[in-house]
Design a protein around this ligand. Structure first.
Ligand SMILES: C[S@@+](CC[C@H](N)C(=O)[O-])C[C@H]1O[C@@H](n2cnc3c(N)ncnc32)[C@H](O)[C@@H]1O
Length: 428
């Protein structure tokens, strides 16, 4: 059995045992001519890392006096051959590479691909790439690779998706409408399996996967369903896959990958406060879920703008009006006191329970009598007040917990509102 792998840097390999079946590939993957039963690849993750630049760093260092057999090597990063970027070049380069490997493997051959990226668009591209290369994802595992605590703090993805693929030998047609329930089933199964792992790990006081991991696992599950088919809504997937992307235009694949992320997010109720019961989560709007979700992520110290962008996409909201800072690694939600009154009564937040809460916290911070503030909430919600008060209590206590350390003053006001609503009628 021959194994070929994308090459990254030399020092990791030490000496190469030339008698083994292990062959390192000094040429671009799309030029491959070796027949393999198993291809193991760890391709460039779209625009995440400029590997060719890193490779040139090592080359400048190692080429001075390379030991055998590296002294026979061409010391060049082959920058021109590198698959890079996140647009058409990336898609085209990856399709050529994976098609070449698919054409050089037997029908019962396997491909193992490691991939990680938080952007739904890139995962939609991976569907197209495998579709165009004639491959089908048969298994997907999410492997936690980052164990160090620093990375856990940053809200960064902790792991990599490992996909197993086979040649797509049969034709299969379907419709987007028929795909959605399959996606829901596959994403739910994948995320619940990982949440069970989290629960098991919780007994040791920490979780394995964070929300970004679970979300990404959802994308991989969608790939398993989508790559089963050769035709969607009467359109051949390979043609679909090779169609250049039109700026701003969404493809059926984008829709479906975003749908899988929505399914994932609806499953990811912040588990840090069981008080925010699934019923409350199902009753509130996308903008409220986004704010509460990001408040939970901010509590871990995470400040990556990517996270806000990805969850905003998943909840289909414009997140910028909610932000106090949009700096790439210092992103932050507005707290109750940072919202201007008109921002709470217009736009997505208008007439939401969250805006009632944030307004009430602002008023308590301005020393308004809690009785008056509660009266205003009752008047504003009118005859829906009694049906919604349990959700107000849950959200108020939730924000109180999320802000306890970073915004104690506002947390205390949120606690007061939650307690007062809960205790009203008991002379509270
Ligand atoms: C994610 S990295 C692999 C990291 C490696 N597995 C490791 O653990 O160090 C992707 C690699 O693909 C290489 N690459 C980019 N375009 C390529 C191409 N057309 N053919 C072969 N390798 C390519 C990059 O140079 C980079 O080293």
């Amino acid at each position: 059995m021959l194994i070929t792998e994308f090459r990254s840097n030399y020092k990791k390999y030490g000496t190469i045992d030339t008698k083994s079946d292990f062959i390192l590939c000094p040429k671009s993957a799309h030029e491959t001519s070796d027949e393999c039963e198993l291809w193991v690849t760890d391709p460039p993750y779209a625009d995440s890392v400029n590997y060719e630049e890193i490779t040139e760093f090592f080359i400048s260092w190692l080429r001075k006096d390379p030991p055998a057999p590296f002294d026979k090597w061409t010391w060049d990063s082959r920058r021109v051959l590198a698959i890079k970027g996140d647009g058409e070049d990336f898609r085209r380069g990856m399709v050529d590479a994976y098609s070449a490997m698919t054409h050089h493997m037997p029908d019962n051959g396997l491909q193992c691909v490691m991939f990680t990226h938080q952007d739904t668009g890139v995962w939609a591209d991976m569907v197209s790439i495998f579709w165009a290369a004639g491959l089908q994802v048969v298994s997907a595992w999410y492997i936690a690779t980052e164990t160090t605590s620093e990375l856990k703090q940053g809200g960064y993805v902790q792991g990599t998706v490992t996909l197993l693929l086979r040649k797509r030998l049969d034709t299969a047609a379907t419709f987007k409408q028929r795909l959605l329930p399959q996606i829901r089933k596959e994403v739910t199964a994948q995320i619940e399996a990982m949440m069970n792992l989290n629960d098991a790990a919780q007994t040791h006081g920490e979780t394995v996967f964070n929300d970004s991991d679970l979300q990404m696992a959802g994308y991989a599950a969608a790939l398993k369903v989508l790559t089963r088919y050769t035709e969607v809504d009467g359109r051949d997937v390979t043609t679909l896959a090779l169609q250049p992307r039109q700026k701003g235009q969404k493809t059926v694949v984008d829709d479906i990958v975003e749908y899988s992320s929505e399914v994932a997010n609806n499953l990811l109720i912040p588990d840090r406060l069981k008080a925010l019961n699934p019923d409350t989560w199902s009753q509130i709007t996308g903008v409220e879920r986004f704010y509460l979700r990001m408040a939970a992520i901010e509590k871990t110290g995470a400040a990556k703008l990517d996270n806000y962008q990805n969850f905003a996409k998943a909840f289909h909201i414009d997140y910028q009006p909610l932000m106090a800072s949009l700096k790439p690694n210092q992103a932050k939600l507005k707290s109750a006191k940072q919202f201007k009154p008109r921002e709470l009564t217009s736009g997505d937040l208008a007439s939401t329970l969250l805006s009632e809460l944030l307004m009430a916290i602002q008023e308590l911070l301005n020393d308004k009598d809690p009785k008056v503030v509660l009266g205003q909430i009752r008047t504003s919600l009118d005859d829906t007040y009694f049906q919604k008060r349990q959700h107000l209590i849950a959200m108020a206590h939730y924000l109180a917990e999320m802000w306890a350390r970073a915004r104690p003053e506002e947390a205390q006001k949120a606690e007061i509102i939650g307690d007062r609503i809960r205790n009203e009628g008991m002379g509270g």
